[in-house]
Design a protein around this ligand. Sequence first.
Ligand code: SF4
Length: 213
Amino acid sequence: MKPVPSSEAANCPPEETQALLDDLVRLAVSLGASTAIPIDCRSIVVEDHLAALCAPPGCPNFGSAASCPPHVGGPPWFRALLAGFHWGIFFKIDLPIQAMTGSQRPAHFRQLHHIAARIEKAAVEWGCAHARAFAGGSCKELFCADVPTCDVVQDGKPCRHPNVARPSMSGFGINVFQLMETVGCSRVSPPARMGPRTHPPSPGWCWSVDDAV
Ligand code: SF4
């Protein structure tokens, strides 16, 4: 795909880019997404204080995986990444709120990681060499709950699940609720038991489309 001049980038993707975005939206829906929407990456809001919520006592997974803080670059890294992208795909899976806290929660979150990774793979194959996917929920609890530690963090080995596990948006300070409002999705309130210092449930996933190929 050819670079998109920034003057064209706001709300009018060039035809070639639009076709790719449409294909990726169709792929997301075919994989189980309830909604998938192209977004201008400049509309993604990144806030340092949201990433700080991962630190104790905010999230029990802090430090447990290579894709969670403090092992990721956080908001500064993500802002620098965003500067190189124009378009992304936001997607979500609609679920009853009980599904976010019940025994099936890990399975639902694994599906979201799976969809994000599949879209990323397709984008790379279709010409966006630097496409990156971001998910929600720590990959340690979702994919490596059967082992005591993350292989990458503990032993410097490759990730055990590189084809499905993706970093959580939380660790980069991405304002998911703002993102949902931007794309016109209904806002979901966190269950009361989650408490004020806990991240809201991640109802959607963001995937960034590289325009620099
Ligand atoms: S090895 Fe497991 S915990 Fe570590 S980054 Fe990969 S999926 Fe996550």
